[in-house]
Design a protein around this ligand. Structure first.
Ligand code: SAM
Length: 184
């Protein structure tokens, strides 16, 4: 009886995960949504080393995936770190990692375009060019003066860049990575 119950529970979880993932894959392919790809450790390390975030700062990751960037940042200062993630799978993975690592990073399941940015001192994102175009006005209207924007890989096309951080290309497969820093 118990074995049947456990078997059915596992089957149900697999099916539920399948449905969630099918919906996610549909959104990526049809709605051109940004997939769950974590920022690389090297670019995160270089951003953190820049010491651009002041202690006490409220920092958002818009489309935080499992919260990797914020958890790394947590090791280097006293910040209030909040990630917003639309999709269940990265959201759950992030919550589980946070639980087992004792991280204080908050992850909320929310559409990044619905997040009010007025409290944030800095935002981080790793999205797509289409998202960056849409975010330009939101950043201008909602972020406080002097707030920082750090974008992995994609620029804000109509903003003036403050500086950029580059991970050198790997000699074998010529992949470089750049993070772009803007200030409101
Ligand atoms: C390329 S990943 C970056 C993850 C994380 N920021 C990092 O750098 O490791 C982009 C994430 O944004 C999420 N995402 C896409 N559209 C979103 C939306 N409208 N609101 C919130 N999250 C979204 C995706 O599910 C994905 O996990």
């Amino acid at each position: 009886m118990l074995v049947t119950f456990i078997y059915l529970l596992i089957l149900f979880l697999i099916l539920a995960l399948g449905v969630i993932e099918a919906k996610h894959i549909y959104s990526i392919l049809i709605n051109k949504e940004v997939p769950y790809i974590r920022s690389g450790s090297k670019i995160i390390k270089l951003i953190v080393q820049e010491n651009i975030f002041k202690n006490g700062a409220i920092i958002y990751d818009l489309g935080c995936g499992d919260g990797k960037f914020l958890r790394e940042l947590e090791k280097h200062g006293q910040f209030e770190l909040i990630g917003f993630e639309l999709h269940w799978l990265p959201y759950f993975i992030g919550r589980i990692i946070n639980y087992f690592s004792g991280s204080k990073v908050k992850i909320q399941r929310k559409d990044l375009f619905q997040v009010n940015l007025s409290e944030a001192d800095a935002v981080f994102c790793y999205l797509f060019p289409e998202y960056m175009v849409k975010l330009e006005n939101k950043f201008k209207n909602e972020l406080k003066k002097n707030a920082l924007i750090v974008s992995n890989t994609f620029t804000l096309p109509n903003w003036t860049l403050e500086r950029e951080i580059k991970v050198k290309a790997h000699p074998l497969y010529n992949l470089s990575h750049t993070a772009y820093i803007y200030r409101v």
